[in-house]
Design a protein around this ligand. Structure first.
Ligand code: NDP
Length: 299
């Protein structure tokens, strides 16, 4: 790492909570790789403190910052400018601060999802019939990516149907030819034979002991051979959904790829350089395993 001195620049992630974030490990490895005199720190910022934190980072001359739960939507109203993806998704996860303090909001989750899918399956979602499980912030970025990349049909299934309907209502306003439909979670089961890609954006599935897990398991059992399964959650090894899909011989990938690819887009916006994807992925998987080991030792 370059030594910290009077020229060291600042990047950050703001969240509540934030200490679980892998972004500092990811971006500081990128800084080290390129020998950049910049450090990436995590700051715990409450929703009430967000406007002040954003103004503070601009006043300090930071290069930019990321936002995680629960700030992505609130940031939209704090930007001077939005890129078309952030405007379409209605959420900002990456901010670039110009020399004059102007703030431009981006959403790199959408590109991260598409790049990770292509890296894992060798192709994007063009022409596919897709089932998206969940209708939260992660789902919004995924659906924006699916529409933009030419998916044929997008079914959004959520525990709270009104949330899926709101997401689909907004997504129908976006330019694209995809057919969109919202359904309650359990209504997706009879439709599975026609589905070619499932994207799980719920936080379900990280806890196979939860009663709702049986629904995901039944779902995997009914998928047609060759259907791709993408879980945007990630775990030290495989997520239970990825394990279930692979045990049926289905191509499957977890969310670490999406995390790294969204980070790569942010890194490029801030530095003009490429994040070393393979080294970062390996480093983060190791970090996740170390954390799991620490938890087990404490338990
Ligand atoms: P949100 O809180 O915005 O949404 C959570 C979603 O999960 C909602 O659709 C919610 O349904 C559903 N859900 C939660 N618990 C259950 C349950 N017990 N049964 C059924 N459905 C449930 O979270 P995000 O969208 O921001 O994040 C979701 C996941 O995606 C997290 O694991 C997060 O880490 C991951 N993620 C990964 C990214 C990556 O880069 N890999 C990027 C963004 C997110 P309901 O509406 O009914 O509450």
């Amino acid at each position: 790492m370059t030594a910290i001195d009077g020229h060291t620049r600042l990047l950050a992630v703001l969240g509540d909570p934030v200490h679980h974030s892998l972004s500092p490990a990811m971006h500081n490895l990128g800084m080290e790789h390129w020998g950049l005199n910049c450090r990436y720190l995590a700051f715990h910022v409450s929703p009430a403190g967000l406007p002040q934190a954003v103004r503070g980072l601009a006043a300090l001359g930071a290069v930019g910052f990321n936002a995680t739960i629960p700030h992505k939507e609130a940031l939209v109203g704090l930007m001077d400018e939005l890129d078309p993806t952030a405007a379409g998704v209605g959420a900002v996860n990456t901010v670039v601060i110009a020399a004059d303090g102007r703030l431009t909001g981006h959403n790199t989750d959408t590109h991260g999802f598409l790049a990770a899918m292509t890296a894992a399956f060798g192709k994007g979602p063009r022409g596919l019939r897709v089932l998206v499980l969940g209708a939260g912030g992660g789902a919004r970025g995924v659906v924006e990516g699916l529409i933009g990349a030419g998916a044929h049909e997008i079914l959004v299934a959520n525990r709270t149907p009104a949330r899926a309907e709101a997401l689909v209502g907004a997504a129908k306003q976006r330019p694209g030819d995809a057919t969109l439909e919202a359904v309650p979670l359990d209504h997706a089961l009879p439709r599975l034979g026609e589905i070619e890609l499932v994207v799980n954006t719920t936080s379900l599935g990280l806890t196979p002991e939860a009663p709702e897990w049986t629904l995901l398991h039944r779902l995997v059992e009914k998928l047609a051979p060759g259907c791709g399964v993408m879980d945007i959650a990630y775990a030290p090894g495989e997520t239970p959904l990825v394990t279930a899909a692979r045990s049926r011989g289905l191509p499957a990938t977890d969310g670490l790829g999406m995390l790294v690819h969204q980070g790569a887009t942010a890194f490029r916006l801030w530095t003009g350089k490429e994040l070393p994807i393979e080294a970062v992925t390996h480093h983060l998987r190791k970090k996740l395993k170390e954390r799991e080991g620490t938890k087990k030792n404490r338990g």
